[in-house]
Design a protein around this ligand. Structure first.
Ligand code: NCD
Length: 292
């Protein structure tokens, strides 16, 4: 039984396979490969893109999807996460897709070895399907290879599971990674760190902007987000005419993370990421439910 807790669960050969499958699913709509499969989504945190992307991906491959809304489940009556999970597993789904605010939840559930567990975002630790769809988007953009390319990750890096998983995966793929953030948003890291966005603009092929994750801060880290935006918002003025690929996992805080004008610019591929997310998740479901 294979799980996806983080991208290190996949070998390099499997990542190559995922990129190939995602590409071919994008080129030709695939047959109903998962027509006899059933997935359950269990999201303890809010989600727009990830949950619907998994559902669309599963349904495009012919699988059925059941959602459990924890805010209306027996979790509200005090049932433990493990018991909720064990009860869902007793219904014999082919996999459970889980999002939780705790870093360890997907690992704990995977260790129960009852059904494949797919991490759809855990705390600030891992969001492997986002990292893989971001990799797919960059591979596609650069015509097949990201080795030697430089990416700047800009924003609230310390709170971001997108950054955590991305850093591990992009490093493994041979990318150079620069971290750009004010002190409050900078994690402990051996990667190159910059306070000023201007200092990296001529060094990078890709910018990944991140949302300030206010809900994860115990206290307000910034008094004034206009002040933050004036230093870190990706605007047309900052980008100039540089050929930089601009990514963001969403939700974008307009004019804080990326300016309205830049969101309309063809260098900004935020909606391509969303589109590619469906194809990458189709590839991931195929790998976990059919090929493993
Ligand atoms: C992110 C998440 O929830 O980790 N969004 C996503 O899944 N695409 C990032 C965020 O909430 O800022």
């Amino acid at each position: 039984m294979q799980h996806l807790v983080d991208t290190n669960d996949f070998s390099n050969a499997q990542i190559t396979q995922l990129l190939q499958d995602a590409k071919s699913f994008k080129a030709h709509r695939p047959p109903q490969l998962l027509h006899d499969k059933l997935l359950i989504t269990l999201f303890f945190e809010a989600s727009t893109r990830t949950r619907s992307s998994f559902e669309v991906a599963a349904k495009r491959l012919g699988a059925s999807v059941v959602h459990l809304d924890p805010s209306r489940s027996s979790a509200k009556k005090g049932e433990s996460l493990e018991d909720t999970f064990a009860n869902l597993c007793a219904m014999e789904p082919d996999g459970i897709i889980v999002r939780h605010s705790h870093n360890d939840t997907p690992k704990i559930l995977a260790n129960m070895q009852s059904t494949p567990v797919i991490n759809a975002g855990a705390g600030n630790y891992a969001h492997p399907t986002q990292a893989l769809l971001d990799l797919f988007t960059m591979v596609e953009h650069f015509g097949g290879n990201v080795e030697g390319k430089t990416i700047a990750i800009v924003g609230d890096i310390v709170s971001s599971r997108v950054a955590s998983s991305g850093i591990r995966l992009f490093r493994r793929m041979g990318m150079n990674i620069l971290l750009v953030a004010p002190e409050q948003f900078m994690p402990d890291s051996t990667l190159k760190q910059y306070k000023n966005l201007e200092d990296v603009m001529d060094k990078v092929d890709v910018i990944m902007s991140l949302r300030a994750q206010l809900e994860r801060h115990e206290k307000e880290l910034f008094e004034d987000y206009d002040d933050y935006a004036s230093q870190y918002c990706i605007s047309k003025k900052r980008m100039g005419d540089r050929k930089i690929l601009l990514l963001h996992p969403g939700p974008v805080m307009r004019n804080i993370d990326i300016s309205d004008e830049m969101l309309e610019d063809p260098r900004c591929q935020v909606l391509t990421q969303v589109k590619n997310g469906v194809f990458m998740r189709m590839a991931i479901l195929k790998l976990l439910l059919l090929d493993s």
